[in-house]
Write a protein that binds this ligand. Structure first.
Ligand SMILES: Nc1nc2c(ncn2[C@@H]2O[C@H](COP(=O)(O)OP(=O)(O)O)[C@@H](O)[C@H]2O)c(=O)[nH]1
Ligand SMILES: [Mg+2]
Length: 222
């Protein structure tokens, strides 16, 4: 049976603003999709891949230096790039500030529709990944676990790792979307997932939706 799959089309994503405090949080009319994960997980690369741009989000040699929430307009939704966590060289005070900012972000979530939780497909989830997951569960925030750097593992290894990571987090392996910023793998699947979970009709953004013709093909090649 052929189901019609819709996906979000990202045409021209732009940087909107940064927020360092709760006061500066954006409350746009569009749904907000937050992207989070530990430093160096490939968050900036993933955002650039979704945008189809090279330098929308800065990929850094200094992981974890960005302590701000960066907002981008992706057309159908606003993407909030949350500060990466788990950066070893950050002071305790900085970590506390980060924690507070994030707590407030998730607490004042009028239009936070979805979270993409990024995990490196090569590694076991860290205590901080688990904490993040618990935060999402506690606040009943819908999320999709996204695996980064899938190009770094063979097909067999990737399958093994997805199962192990899923079991570790008590999640179904089928929920995970493997992605690669190098090969753009998973881009379509993430945009399809977002089309199915975001309240887009109310945002009047039908021009940002189209049928995902290549989606099936991409899946078959997996
Ligand atoms: N091979 C590979 N490397 C990646 C991928 N995504 C990110 N990287 C590399 O991982 C490092 C951290 O990426 P970055 O996007 O800055 O991570 P962030 O700290 O989470 O924003 C950089 O050296 C990237 O080139 C990927 O999909 N495949
Ligand atoms: Mg980054």
């Amino acid at each position: 049976m052929e189901a019609i799959t819709e996906k979000i089309v990202v045409k021209n994503a732009t940087f909107l603003t940064s927020a360092a405090t709760e006061k500066q949080f954006l409350r746009p009319q569009k749904p907000v999709v937050a992207v989070c994960g530990k430093s160096n997980v490939g968050k900036s690369s993933f955002i650039n891949m979704l945008a189809g741009q090279k330098r929308l989000a800065k990929t850094g040699r200094e992981p974890g230096r960005t302590r701000l929430i960066n907002y981008f307009d992706f057309g159908a939704f606003v993407l909030a790039d949350l500060p990466g966590y788990g950066f070893a060289r950050v002071s305790a005070a900085e970590k506390r500030n980060w924690g507070r900012l994030l707590d407030k972000f998730f607490a004042s979530r009028e239009n936070l529709s979805h979270v993409l939780l990024l995990l490196d497909c090569r590694h076991d989830p860290t205590a901080e990944d688990v904490q993040m997951l618990q935060l999402l569960h506690a606040r009943a925030i819908p999320f999709t676990p996204v695996l980064t750097k899938a190009d770094k593992l063979s097909r067999m290894k990737l399958k093994e790792h997805v199962s192990a990571i899923a079991a570790d987090l008590y999640l179904g392996a089928g929920n995970f979307i493997p992605t690669s910023a190098e090969t753009r793998r998973g881009r379509e699947e993430v945009l399809c997932r977002l089309a199915s979970v975001l309240p887009l009709s109310s945002a009047g953004s039908s021009e940002n939706i189209e049928n995902a013709e290549n989606f099936g093909k991409e899946r078959k090649e997996d």
